[in-house]
Write a protein that binds this ligand. Structure first.
Ligand code: NAD
Length: 259
């Protein structure tokens, strides 16, 4: 199946690194003009230099998805340059892991801080709402749009030490299904991907033993690569995925946590 995005303009949040960078490249090689919105200025600029040298039409805009003013400015700049917006990949995300309550020798010695809970929900959940609400009016103007949100395998299975992250990623699935209902009749599909464990900076901090364990519980017996998820995003934004709406696509090698 050949995916042709030559008439499309796309935004990839968190596109300076990891899955987002692979997605920016994948969409651009399929013909889309791509804006990377990320708060990481140096890596974002370097990513654009690399992709531009590959002959791709990509630009970087310093953006904080938790800040409505920053997002509004990014929308204005992107639409000013591309003349409109068709595709939004809500990929920006962070982790701040800690157990809800940490106990040592029967004594409570800590737990997830309110700041860490708020930070993760703010980027991974509220940021998706902020960006989507700001971008959708431009899709409505064209009567066509694709929104794809980053959830995670942990949204349905839970994960030790990830109260904040799991809450956010499960919330993303809920918002995806609401927007699929609200926007479908306007020609806009809204879907989510649920990656398993993908080799990026985000998983580089996971202790090797836990990663090995995840790999052992993955029938394909490896971690995912950023391109594995980028390919799923690219399909979901294509013309060929036009009847897929409100879906959560697992990209996890068959991993079932807890087995
Ligand atoms: P990454 O850490 O490599 O990249 C995340 C990007 O998001 C970075 O470029 C970072 O600067 C950007 N970002 C963070 N906060 C931001 C903000 N407030 N505004 C704008 N940009 C911001 O992560 P990744 O592994 O590539 O993950 C990408 C997405 O996929 C995330 O939503 C993550 O939760 C999700 N995911 C990843 C995995 C995995 O195993 N890596 C698994 C499931 C889901």
């Amino acid at each position: 199946m050949r995916i042709d995005l030559t008439q499309r303009s796309a935004v990839v949040t968190g596109g300076a690194n990891g899955i987002g960078l692979a997605t920016a490249r994948r969409l651009a090689t399929s013909g889309a003009r791509v804006a990377i919105w990320d708060r990481a200025v140096a890596t974002g600029a370097a990513a654009v230099d690399t992709l531009t040298a590959e002959g791709l039409e990509v630009m970087f805009i310093e953006t904080d998805v938790t800040d409505g003013v920053s997002v509004a400015a990014a929308v204005a700049e992107t639409v000013g340059r591309f003349g409109g917006l068709d595709i939004l990949i809500n990929n920006a995300g962070i982790v701040r892991d800690a157990q809800l309550v940490k106990v040592r020798d029967g004594v409570v010695v800590g737990g997830m801080s309110e700041a860490d809970f708020d930070a993760v929900v703010s980027v991974n959940l509220k940021g998706v709402y902020t960006c989507t609400q700001a971008v959708v009016p431009h899709m409505l103007a064209r009567g066509w749009g694709r929104v794809v949100n980053a959830s995670s395998v942990v949204a349905s299975n839970g994960n030790f030490g990830q109260t904040n992250y799991v809450a956010a990623k499960a919330g993303v699935v809920g918002m995806t299904r609401v927007w699929a209902r609200e926007l479908g009749r306007r020609g806009i599909t809204v879907n989510a991907v649920a990656p398993g464990f993908i080799a990026t900076d985000m998983t580089a901090a996971i202790p090797p033993g836990i990663l090995r364990n995840m790999q052992e519980h993955t029938p394909l017996a490896r971690l995912g690569a950023p391109d594995d998820v980028a390919n799923a995003y690219c399909f979901l934004v294509s013309e060929q995925a036009g009847f897929i709406n409100g879906a959560v696509l697992s990209v996890d090698g068959g991993l079932v946590i807890g087995t």
